[in-house]
Write a protein that binds this ligand. Sequence first.
Ligand code: CA
Length: 240
Amino acid sequence: MSNAKALVLIVEDEPEIAELIEFHAERAGMRARKVHSGRIALDVIKREKPDLIVLDLMLPDIDGLEVCRRLKQSDDTRMIPIVMVTAKGEEADIVAGIELGADDYVTKPFSPSVLMARLRNVLRRNGVADEPSPTSDRMVLLESKLVIDIDRHEILCDAKKVDLTLTEFGILHYLAGRPGFVRTRDQIISAVHGKSTVLSSRTVDVHITALRRKLGTLADCVETVRGVGYRFCEGANEED
Ligand code: CA
């Protein structure tokens, strides 16, 4: 991120909600712009290249998932992070959005401070590097309590070696590669595909349970995101 204020585009057809988000985004030091339809959003995004998009899924013309799909298909807009705003009980849409490449989501009714925490997180993560597929051979996480040695396929928990199966290692490595990002079971399956036997949604859960048991006191770093999937969590969860 440069020193200029981040431009947040709010795509939301309910005016009160759009204004609420705008108010808090501006108070948090961002510039905000509101649009009330998917079609206008796509136009404005192409022209103005916002730093972040807050995207309601239920829109009058082109729905949020379709907006997300189109943005992620285009080289010009693929890198712009998206935080989805969804109604309660729309887990299937959340999963679809994340698989399309959305970065995070909040569920209505949301608390403004939770939404702002997510927006700041997404901006921060994107300010660092995009998709930082860890190139070094070791990932040092959780204040050095967890070390993932990629070459050796080994992890150290509190400096003690812990034996993981290939699948468990693959899942941990994948989730830890982008801390804070929710991954669906299908994303986990394709990421570790080929490195192990066939995985199904159900067996992902079984591997995660085994992985957590082996992580011992660090087990909480693999967080369940109900109805959606899993994420690697560094430290206390500031968002909920
Ligand atoms: Ca709506």
